[in-house]
Design a protein around this ligand. Structure first.
Ligand SMILES: NC(=O)c1ccc[n+]([C@@H]2O[C@H](COP(=O)([O-])OP(=O)(O)OC[C@H]3O[C@@H](n4cnc5c(N)ncnc54)[C@H](O)[C@@H]3O)[C@@H](O)[C@H]2O)c1
Length: 340
């Protein structure tokens, strides 16, 4: 039985606690840690955790904790991930690894110095069945050589009033950056970013066009104020065919000469299955030390952050920016694969 600690018991941390309690046979919820003791106690009580804590670093070091899920705010991810590596505990860290490429490099260095894989990143889209099928089609050569991938990421409204176009690129788009790299199996080499004008003061959509090292074009629309619902779409276009993601809805209502399906208000329902699959893979990783075939690692976290930084620079400069990455360390080679 793997004894898990969850650090950060907000929206995502509570979701992870629920998955551990309901969908992860083989794991126990040992500690729920949040800097708000009240919040930690509430989530611990709801999902039957053994204990609660408010100090993240001390929680990571506890003898009765085998592995850690980090779901606290972005700026805590890199330092807490490094604390997990130092304590010899495998960690599932929510995205992003850091907003700074230099900090991502520091995590990679610490992991390489430890000489083993410790870090899995919460880019769970890789586990969503639609992307699994797109990647499998490419690997099996079904739609020929990939030419383009179009992506739409729409939220009901911005999480904060001071949300900006740059934040759409650095906070929302990294899921697309990661899953497109994963599906296409290549790296981005340049990015341009554009915005239409809205009639009010809410942040307008951002549209990016990215080139890959293999000569593909990728479009990513991030519309954080789409108003109508949470909606993620993608279409992968190959030379011999194309694969589009369907809207996931279990029912359709037929009424008054019209048919309708509904949208979720946020990502949690849409990606529930992906989170469960991801967390099961993390549990196997914690048990065996074998890094899961399709999971995102520290290198992938670094890449997403480098692309995000170049995208934000492209938006502010109004021109194409190169995406410049370090060479991939030997340590991170060779774990790409297709989910069963
Ligand atoms: N994978 C995904 O799809 C996805 C979706 C949403 C959010 N996220 C990521 O999850 C993380 C958390 O997001 P959220 O929406 O749950 O935020 P949130 O604000 O709802 O929750 C964060 C919690 O962390 C606690 N906290 C802050 N600093 C802490 C510390 N040092 N130690 C312990 N607890 C601390 C806060 O008290 C809060 O309860 C973010 O990094 C976000 O990017 C990922």
């Amino acid at each position: 039985m793997i004894r898990l600690a969850i650090i950060g018991a907000g929206l995502m941390g509570e979701d992870h606690a629920k998955i551990v309690a309901e969908d992860l046979p083989g794991a126990t919820l040992q500690v729920v840690c949040d800097m708000s003791g009240e919040r930690a106690a509430m989530v611990a009580e709801r999902y039957g955790a053994e204990s609660v804590a408010t100090d993240a670093e001390a929680t990571i070091r506890r003898d009765d904790v085998d592995a850690v899920v980090i779901a606290s705010p972005d700026f805590t991810h890199a330092p807490l991930t490094m604390a997990c590596i130092a304590a010899g505990k495998r960690v599932l860290c929510e995205k992003p690894l850091s907003q700074s490429p230099a900090e991502c490099e520091a995590v990679m260095k610490a992991e390489q110095a430890a000489g083993a894989r410790f870090v899995m990143l919460g880019f769970m889209r890789r586990y969503d069945q639609s992307y699994v099928e797109m990647r499998r089609a490419l690997v099996e050569g079904k739609i020929g050589r990939p030419l383009m991938m179009h992506n739409f990421h729409r939220n009901v409204e911005t999480p904060a009033t001071d949300f900006t176009g740059a934040m759409a690129i650095t906070n929302s788009a990294p899921h697309e950056f990661d899953v497109v790299r994963h599906v296409l199996g290549t790296e981005f080499i340049s990015v341009t970013a554009h915005q239409p004008r809205r009639s009010d003061d809410r942040v307008a959509p951002v549209v990016m066009v990215l080139e890959t090292g293999d000569g593909q074009l990728v479009t990513i629309e991030i519309n954080n104020n789409a108003d109508y619902g949470y909606d993620v779409r993608a279409e992968l276009v190959g030379e011999a065919g194309s694969i589009a993601m369907n809207n996931v809805a279990y029912t359709r209502t037929d009424m008054k000469l019209a048919a309708s399906t509904s949208y979720d208000a946020d990502w949690r329902g849409r990606y529930h299955e992906a989170y469960v699959r991801q967390n099961r893979d993390f549990l196997r990783f914690a048990e065996t030390g074998h890094f899961p075939e399709i999971a995102s690692d520290s290198w992938d976290g670094y890449c997403a952050t480098v692309v995000a930084e170049a995208g934000a620079a492209a938006l502010s400069a109004g021109r194409k920016q190169p995406v410049t990455m370090m060479d991939k360390p030997e340590f991170y080679q060779g774990h790409k694969g297709v989910a069963a």
